[in-house]
Write a protein that binds this ligand. Structure first.
Ligand SMILES: Cc1cc2nc3c(=O)[nH]c(=O)nc-3n(C[C@H](O)[C@H](O)[C@H](O)COP(=O)(O)OP(=O)(O)OC[C@H]3O[C@@H](n4cnc5c(N)ncnc54)[C@H](O)[C@@H]3O)c2cc1C
Length: 276
């Protein structure tokens, strides 16, 4: 899909949208695109610039690929940026399990999500980036014996003043913790303090062990780490680790190093210099 730069301009407050979608991850982009294709006026708000970095193992399982195909986005899977993986290499110390996984897809997440946002825009959704959204409340208006509900969403651009917009509905697709619902309106979500935290890095490495077409997963006592080679030759690493262990592991690269060693997977030398 052609490059497009998304708008940072927050729309006028008076406009009543059918739907405001908060968060331009796969959930938000696909929801915004689908709603726009069905004729709804859609505002998709993302707090970061697109493409944005995203911690992810970069693998699409068959269900994920099926969702894209069902949405008519099969062309994405044929992109040269997407490669395929047929083998899953699971390693826990001396135990190694190698499983055939059919034709799974491997794609850098920042690229995939950026493409999905462009498809949402091409379908007619208005995409606004670098703007944080927060659901302020729901209002009911009685008109001709009909109750109309509208959601007020506050938009805070990274540079500029807060503006309020209204919509018939809001789709909250803002990921873990649902930050856009925090604010004392009866919604709350808490992430358990002992939940594992995600960390990731993508870096150049020609380490021979890590071959394109295989998904490597190492498991240790304090977390797990996945490694795949992307179509451009770089390695994508993503891990989930215990937060208390992380703080005693000498930083993110140190934790990744220890996880790989414990799982008995090779440590690429470039891992230490990578931006985690
Ligand atoms: C270590 C790790 C490895 C993983 N590996 C894989 C994998 O290999 N394959 C896979 O399919 N899944 C993987 N996942 C899971 C995957 O990343 C998530 O399931 C997926 O990102 C969820 O998509 P989403 O659209 O719901 O949310 P997200 O992708 O998190 O998108 C939410 C968006 O909302 C934006 N946002 C947040 N708050 C606001 C706000 N107030 N206003 C505006 N925007 C906001 C965020 O910036 C973000 O862009 C992995 C996760 C982790 C932690």
């Amino acid at each position: 899909m052609k490059n497009s730069s998304f708008s940072k301009a927050v729309p006028a407050s008076k406009h009543l949208w059918d739907v405001v979608v908060i968060g331009a991850g796969p959930a938000g982009c696909l929801a915004a695109r689908d709603l726009a294709l069905r004729g709804a006026t859609v505002l998709l708000v993302e707090r970061k610039a697109i493409p944005r970095p995203k911690i992810c193992g970069a693998c699409l399982n068959h269900r994920g690929s099926h969702v894209l195909k069902t949405a008519g986005l099969e062309s994405l899977l044929a992109s040269p940026t997407v490669s395929s993986a047929n083998l899953f290499h699971l390693q826990v110390g001396r135990c190694v399990c190698r499983l055939g996984v059919g034709n799974m897809h491997v794609a850098p997440r920042s690229w995939l999500d950026g493409e999905l946002a462009r498809f949402a825009e091409a379908a007619g959704a208005n995409v606004v980036t670098e703007t944080e959204a927060r659901v302020a409340g729901v209002e009911s208006i009685l008109e001709d014996d009909h109750e109309h509900r509208s959601v007020e969403v506050l938009l805070k651009p990274s540079h500029g003043e807060v503006r309020s917009v209204r919509a018939g509905a809001a789709v909250v697709a803002d990921g873990l913790g649902h930050p856009s619902l925090q604010g004392g309106h009866g919604w709350s979500e808490q992430v358990a303090p002992t939940s594992r935290v995600g960390m990731g890095a993508t870096f150049s490495s020609d380490h021979r062990f890590y071959q394109e077409g295989t998904i490597y997963m190492g498991v240790g006592r304090h977390g797990y780490i996945g490694v795949v080679r992307l179509s451009d030759g770089r390695l994508n690493c993503a891990a989930a680790v215990d937060p208390s262990w992380l703080s005693s592991s000498g930083g993110l690269a140190g934790a990744a190093d220890r996880l790989l060693i414990e799982a008995r997977l090779p440590v690429p030398t470039e891992l230490a210099q990578a931006s985690w």
